[in-house]
Design a protein around this ligand. Sequence first.
Ligand code: URA
Length: 243
Amino acid sequence: MSKETMRLDRFLALTNAAKSRSDAKKLLKTQALTVNGVICRAPEQQIDTDHDTVMLNGKQLIYLQYRYFLLNKPDGVVSATKDRISDTVLSLIPEADAKDYFPVGRLDKDTEGLLLVTNDGAFAHNLTSPSKKVPKTYLATVTGRVSEEGVKRLQNGITFSDFTSKPAQYEFICEKDGFSDCLLTITEGHFHQVKRMFHAVGNEVVRLKRIAIGGLTLPDDLKPGEYLEYTKEQLNETIYRVD
Ligand code: URA
């Protein structure tokens, strides 16, 4: 990690010891904080994040330059950093300040499931780059049941006015009351791609949930709106794992 130097009040806000820099100033007046073992009350004190040891009430504060969150996106929340009308995915992760953090790719407002949020632009760029062809798996509830001909078209590629979809994997799960659940795995990320692919074969998506990105799956016990933090190494090992 590259060396980074910053003011102590910013360091406290970025390590979540304080909610903001003004909160950090209040905290410095009232609580026991040491920098390299020496009591410090100066918000302007420069901290070298690689070498200085900052302790608050006897506990070391660790600064991570980049952080990675896996969110179970609920229906009705927008995959953006700000929106004038609806809640955004960033409003669900208090540690992820919308000034620095962003969702990796987009899910439609009514799509649920696995969404990564980070402040690491290089990581996001790598994951969303079409050349990487990272597979994304969606659980779709569609009207009716996809015909044999429709399955072949999903698997072989469908030509739209703006692109031709790459071969996808389709798996039927079950059918009930005129709807069926199925899995579709695609390696691209065109706007409304899954909905458009099903529409093209005569089935409308009524519910869509992303359940995997490469080998990274949405944990079963993570409820909509909940999130987990991972390291970059954990994510890269899991996403790009070849079983
Ligand atoms: N495909 C869609 O149609 N919507 C999404 O949100 C993601 C993939």
